[in-house]
Write a protein of this length. Structure first.
Length: 240
């Protein structure tokens, strides 16, 4: 009997790579789905391809969905400045892309139905995240109900389950899970900027660096992150 299939939303970032590795560890045959949605750069798509290859994912779909044509986010509008002040409590940052996860999950549901996949794996996280409303457990629960109502397989009682294995993990716990699962952390890309190396200043880099240091992997942090860690250690201060 062939293994069950799972659609993996693979952005190229750490969280989605860990979700992909978890799906494989859970016994699923993975089908990766990535999006060219008008984001500032395609560095993360290059990372998604590298991660898929390293995890031996044979089928990787990349779709064009231009969310940039109506703007609304500093990730899709080059005229907006990316935030570098760190995550602000109870404030949704400008990097939030309106409707992005809703669009992506809906397309993943379509692919799952076409491919007879039993699950959709998501790397979303509700603990160490940037305050996005579409990264919360109640959002997932609502979408699961929608999946059951909006598809032929849903009406047959076979709607794919939405699996968010990292939703309640801290970022440091995600790094530790990545190490256990053999995820190529160095090949993932989380920085909001493009270029050859992560900027180390954007919110995503700050969250990632802090987690890598807390998980005992300061060598994988950005150069800026390593310098801050070294300074904090020398001063006897907490990890930044």
């Amino acid at each position: 009997m062939p293994p069950s299939k799972a659609i993996i939303l693979l952005s190229g970032g750490l969280d989605s790579a860990v979700a992909a590795a978890q799906a494989i560890a859970d016994g699923y045959q993975p089908i990766a789905l990535s999006f060219r949605y008008g984001q500032r750069h395609e560095r993360e798509l290059a990372a998604a391809k590298q991660v898929a290859a390293r995890l031996s994912i044979q089928e990787h779909c990349i779709m064009d969905v231009n969310l940039a044509q109506w703007g609304g986010s500093s990730l899709t509008n080059l005229d907006e400045t990316l935030p570098q002040a760190g995550v602000q409590p109870h404030q949704i940052p400008s990097t939030y892309v309106p409707g992005r996860n809703t669009v992506f999950i809906a397309l993943a549901l379509s692919l799952a139905e076409a491919k007879s996949a039993q699950a959709i794996y998501l790397g979303i996280n509700a603990v160490d995240y940037s305050g996005y409303p579409d990264c919360r457990p109640d959002y997932l629960a609502a979408f699961q109900q929608l999946a059951s109502l909006s598809s032929k397989i849903g009406l047959e009682g076979k709607a794919p389950i939405l699996v968010a294995p990292l939703v309640q993990d801290t970022k440091a716990e995600i790094v530790r899970r990545a190490l256990r699962l053999g995820v190529p952390i160095a090949e993932t890309w989380s920085c909001y900027q493009g270029g050859e190396a992560p900027c180390g200043l954007c919110d995503s880099c700050r969250i990632r660096d802090k987690a890598l240091i807390e998980a005992g992997c300061p060598e994988l942090a950005t150069l800026i992150g390593r310098k801050l860690h070294a300074q904090a250690t020398a001063n006897g201060s907490p990890v930044p």
